[in-house]
Design a protein around this ligand. Structure first.
Ligand code: PLP
Length: 396
């Protein structure tokens, strides 16, 4: 008889089938739309991509959206579009996925890291101010988990120092700040449509901007830096010339068909994410040592991650033990992220070391993302809550 023991102590796992921290919701509408795209003339970039970009721009409230193959390539294009290069610096957060630094890493610029505000786990504007040098060209703040950074402060710093802002909004599609969609702020924002994100196109991403020149540059770079209508060749419809080294980061009409259906569902996805967040918030209110995510005034969040912090002395076990205990329950929680300065590449290439960013490191030691995605059932949410309560009860 195992009683109500955590699975790691020999009890029954809370879930009979494993679940991860995120996942897509794809319905019949998406399947029909994808089949229609397959039967159309375009299986590469075609009219559905144009429509998807229009819908994205309209949704975010900007003039332009440029769809790309991923959030990673969106960030890379953004760095290229402002001609970053060796000798330039960008300032970004250590608590992020490696791709946030790619506007620098891919162009030869240097990613300068600035510590986080532990409340929102986003870059701390004071740390940004301290990191500015005469070589700083851009800020790349990341809206951790879907909660916006301190947008006003960061825009004011950018304004004072004449810096471009590339918002990594890969987690935050659908979040609003003071009624505006996150991503609508100057100069550019990037989104990811990976299946764990707030909407999906399989793989995919986008850069959004109000800046016409940047939009032209991003579009050209996405497709081979090709000028399809060069001056002086009006009588030669075949005449296309490349004006630099670009990429093929085109998404397909098949992906756009999926994306268009997903945009239609974004409000219902948001409601479901918020419902699950509210269930978690309520269930963990009284659990000592389990810190739930903060939502600041003015924010209507579409959280991609529900990242809690486990304070060992109060909860009764460490974050690492918590993760392993949840995995034993078939609940595949995840840690976001191993800080950038812990990675061998950032240490060897840019000279970072452990110990440099104490706030990030303290949060990293405590943080863990619980499952959060619209397709989760109430039973799954209840089982996760139950598993966490019983772990705490046996460890306190
Ligand atoms: C903060 C952040 N930026 C960028 C990316 C890259 O997005 P993608 O997976 O679409 O390349 C990710 C992916 O997880 C991310 O979490």
């Amino acid at each position: 008889m195992t009683g109500d023991l955590p699975a790691i102590d020999g009890g029954e796992p809370a879930l009979s089938e494993p679940i991860g921290y995120g996942g897509q919701s794809i319905g019949e509408e998406e399947k029909v739309a994808i089949c229609e795209a397959l039967e159309s003339d375009y299986v590469t970039r075609g009219p559905r991509v144009d429509e998807f970009e229009d819908r994205l721009a309209e949704f975010v409230g900007v003039d332009h959206a440029i769809a790309t193959t991923s959030g990673t390539t969106a960030l890379q294009l953004a760095g290229d579009a402002i001609d970053l290069g060796p000798g330039d610096e960008i300032i970004t957060t250590p608590l992020t996925f490696v791709a946030t630094a790619y506007p620098a890493c891919h162009t030869g610029a240097t990613p300068v890291l600035a510590d986080i505000d532990t409340e929102t786990r986003t870059i701390d504007p004071d740390a940004v101010r301290d990191a500015i040098t005469e070589d700083t060209r851009a800020l790349v703040p990341m809206h951790y988990g879907g909660h916006p950074c301190d947008v006003d402060e960061l825009l004011s710093i950018a304004d004072t120092h004449d810096l471009t802002v590339i918002w990594d909004a890969c987690h935050a599609f659908g979040t609003t700040l003071e009624g505006n969609q996150v991503g609508s702020e100057p100069d550019m924002a990037t989104f990811s449509f990976h299946p764990v994100k707030n909407i999906t196109t399989g793989e995919g991403g986008a850069v959004v901007t109000d800046d016409d020149e940047l939009a032209d540059r991003l579009r050209a770079l996405r497709s081979f830096d090709m000028n399809y209508e060069p001056e002086g060749h009006e009588e030669e419809p075949w005449y296309q010339v490349t004006e630099g080294v670009g990429y093929n980061y085109n998404i397909t009409d098949i992906q756009a068909a999926l994306g268009l259906e997903q945009i239609d569902k974004v409000e219902s996805f948001k409601r479901r994410r918020q419902e699950i967040m509210a269930q978690y918030d309520q269930a963990f209110e009284e659990v000592p040592g389990l810190r739930t995510p903060v939502v600041k005034d003015g924010v209507d969040p579409m959280f991609h991650l529900y990242a809690v912090e486990i304070v060992e002395d109060e909860f009764g076990c460490s974050r690492t033990k918590f993760v392993n205990a949840m995995h034993a329950e078939n609940i595949y929680v995840q840690v976001h992220y191993v800080p950038l300065h812990y990675h061998p590449f950032f240490q060897e290439e840019y000279g970072y070391e452990r110990g440099q960013f104490p706030e990030t490191e303290a949060v990293y030691d405590r943080i863990v993302s619980l499952p959060l995605y619209p397709a989760m059932s109430d039973d799954e949410v209840d089982s996760i809550i139950h598993a966490i309560h019983r772990l705490h009860n046996t460890r306190r």
